[in-house]
Design a protein around this ligand. Structure first.
Ligand SMILES: [Zn+2]
Ligand SMILES: [Zn+2]
Ligand SMILES: [Zn+2]
Length: 116
């Protein structure tokens, strides 16, 4: 049983809401934030990263998909990339639904990710 961290990681983004939706992705299910490999910081989406970071985004290589780089905005649990890619679009911890359309963007964040 995973513990919910007392202090959830700080997430960067534009117009962030408490569940990490941002100016670009703000459907009810747009609640994950991703730790970027390039800077080790959580961002709501790659557009937020492009707007706020001073460098280009670097995708996670498949060999590092055990990194806890995905934050569920609903329960603030961090998932490994591998767990996220296999979670069937819902949080394994709190069952919150994730946007299945995120799949279309996996290649920006995770190299060699299976696309839809
Ligand atoms: Zn970065
Ligand atoms: Zn954004
Ligand atoms: Zn959750």
């Amino acid at each position: 049983m995973a513990q919910i961290p007392l202090e959830s990681p700080r997430v960067h983004g534009l117009n962030l809401d408490p569940e990490t939706r941002c100016a670009h992705y703000h459907q009810p299910t747009d609640i994950i934030a991703i730790k970027m490999r390039c800077c080790g910081e959580f961002y709501a989406c790659k557009v937020c990263h492009d707007a706020l970071a001073d460098h280009s985004l670097e995708p996670w290589p498949q060999s590092e998909w055990q990194a806890p780089a995905i934050l569920c905005g609903a329960c603030k649990t961090t998932l490994t990339i591998a767990a996220y890619l296999n979670c069937e679009s819902s949080c394994p911890h709190c069952s919150a639904a994730f946007n299945p359309a995120c799949r279309n963007h996996y290649h920006y964040y995770f190299s060699e990710a299976p696309s839809a």
